[in-house]
Every structure is written in structure tokens, then in C-alpha cells.
Design a protein around this ligand. Structure first.
Ligand code: PEP
Ligand code: MN
Length: 266
């Protein structure tokens, strides 16, 4: 179902009125984690004003250490919904467990994170419901495995899948991951699904994010996912890679023109 061979036309995924793919470009922005009502609402207002069409914010966080901030969980989801009400921007947030699905009923785009890309039971479960799914590439997964994971979701009846390249593990240690932009080009040949690029998790350094975001647009990405925090130095998660609202605003002015240059609609 994901194979380009049998579906020559690009898929356009509709996330509560925001279209992604087939010439429609969308920017997903917001903090790594929801930390308080003020924090998520302020970030939401700033990213929306800068031109983002979808709001992200993690409530269930897949942290390497069990002693790191684990997210505000269902309380965080409630705050994210308040931020949606304040801005009108559809919301994107990560699910880690099939048992949490009922909590995600009011979420507009369900994210399956890199660490769960091959959690096949979770893929089947999000495939059995109707909300669009943002599937992130696993830390060490091939493009073939990535597309097969999308296939798991689609095989259950949900064909609204958006792929997200977020960097992969290589021998390089100066960056958190290595952004695979060639993979974006290859994915567009392999599949008709939209491909979004997350430069924030790919490099781990806020100062690198703008250049990688621009390069992603040039490589044909259908959208971007960018972490933006009101106070990166104090962020509970991923502050080092988070842009300030002002930095995001400046980047979006360029991205708007670049997307238009490449003949797409933001
Ligand atoms: C995230 O988007 O906050 C996240 C945890 O990303 P990834 O699954 O790509 O590491
Ligand atoms: Mn993060």
C-alpha cells in the first residue's frame, strides 16, 4: 500500500484541515515536552504566528534514563488541547503504548517515535484507528524497514501515514545523529507518502537547525518538525537543540520563500 509502484501520485494527508504532501508543505513546531500551561500556550502562539501550521509537544517521553523527566503524561495532553484551543493549530504528540490510545482520541496527529518504529503491535493499533499517524524513522533502521513499518499501519486500514526522517546512528559523534537527506529523496521514489524532516533530533544543536531545515526543503521534504522552546536553557528535555521563538521566526521567513521557490504551498 505504501509502494510508489502501485500509487504513482503523491498522497496528500489531511490533518484536521492542514494538508501535507503533493505540493502542500507543513511545519510542525513546538517544545520537546509540555511543561506547563503557560509554557505550551506561549510556544503555541509564537510558532503559529511565525507560520507553523501544527503544534507539537511531548506528554509521554521516551527518555534514555528512567531518572530523566518522563513528561506530564495525560495532564500534558490536556494542556496541549488548551494550547490548541488558544491557537486553532492541530496538535501532534507521541504515543508509547497501545493502552494509551483512548487518551489520544482528541489528538489530531499521532506520533510514533523512533524508538517504537518497529513496535509492531503499536503500529497495528494505530492502524486500526482513523487519525493520521506521524511515523519517525528508527535510530538504526533502513529505508526498507521504515516503509515496511508504514505498511503495518496501512495494512490495518489507516492509510494516513506521514514519514519523518529524524537522523540515524552512524560512527559520527559530533552530532546527536546523522541527518539522511539522501534518504528523503530515496523515500520519495519508494513511496507516495509525504516525508517530513526533523532537523532538531537529527543534529542535536540549535545552531545547526536552520541550515539543515533549508537543506531539507531543497531535498524535497514535504514538511519540517522543529523544536522550539520559550527558554531553551531551562528546558526539561532537548534544550540544546531547541530554537527560541525569535530564532524560529527568523528561520520561517526564509522557509516561506524557499518553499514557494520550490513550487510548494506553505
Ligand atoms: C520527539 O519528537 O520528541 C522524539 C522523542 O523524537 P524521536 O522519536 O525522533 O527521538
Ligand atoms: Mn525532543
Amino acid at each position: 500500500k505504501a509502494n510508489r509502484k502501485f500509487h504513482p501520485d503523491d498522497s496528500v494527508i489531511d490533518v484536521d484541515g492542514v494538508k501535507i504532501g503533493g505540493g502542500n508543505f507543513a511545519v510542525i513546531a513546538g517544545p520537546c515536552s509540555i511543561e506547563s500551561e503557560d509554557q505550551i500556550t506561549y510556544c503555541a502562539q509564537r510558532v503559529k504566528a511565525a507560520g507553523a501550521s501544527l503544534l507539537r509537544g511531548g506528554a509521554f517521553k521516551p527518555r534514555t534514563s528512567p531518572y530523566s523527566f518522563q513528561g506530564m503524561r495525560s495532564e500534558g495532553l490536556d494542556l496541549l488541547k488548551l494550547a490548541r484551543r488558544a491557537t486553532g493549530a492541530p496538535i501532534v504528540t507521541e504515543i508509547m503504548n497501545t493502552e494509551h490510545l483512548p487518551l489520544f482520541e482528541n489528538v489530531d496527529l499521532i506520533q510514533v517515535g523512533a524508538r517504537n518504529m518497529q513496535n509492531f503491535e503499536l503500529l497495528k493499533a494505530v492502524g486500526r484507528q482513523k487519525k493520521p499517524v506521524l511515523l519517525k524513522r528508527g535510530l538504526a533502521n533502513t529505508l526498507e524497514e521504515f516503509v515496511m513499518s508504514a505498511e503495518y499501519i496501512m495494512a490495518e486500514g489507516n492509510e494516513n501515514v506521514i514519514l519523518c526522517e529524524r537522523g540515524i546512528r552512524t560512527f559520527e559523534t559530533s552530532m546527536r545523529n546523522t541527518l539522511d537527506l539522501a534518504g528523503v529523496v530515496m523515500l520519495h521514489k519508494m513511496t507516495h507518502l509525504p516525508v517530513v524532516v526533523d532537523p532538531s533530533h537529527a543534529c542535536g544543536h540549535a545552531w545547526m537547525v536552520p541550515e539543515l531545515a533549508k537543506a531539507a526543503v531543497a531535498a524535497g521534504a514535504d514538511g519540517l518538525m522543529i523544536e522550539v522552546h520559550n527558554n531553551p536553557a531551562k528546558a526539561k528535555c532537548d534544550g540544546a537543540q531547541s530554537l527560541t521563538p525569535d530564532q524560529f521566526d527568523e528561520l520561517m521567513q526564509f522557509i516561506g520563500k524557499e518553499v514557494e521557490f520550490f513550487g510548494k504551498k506553505l
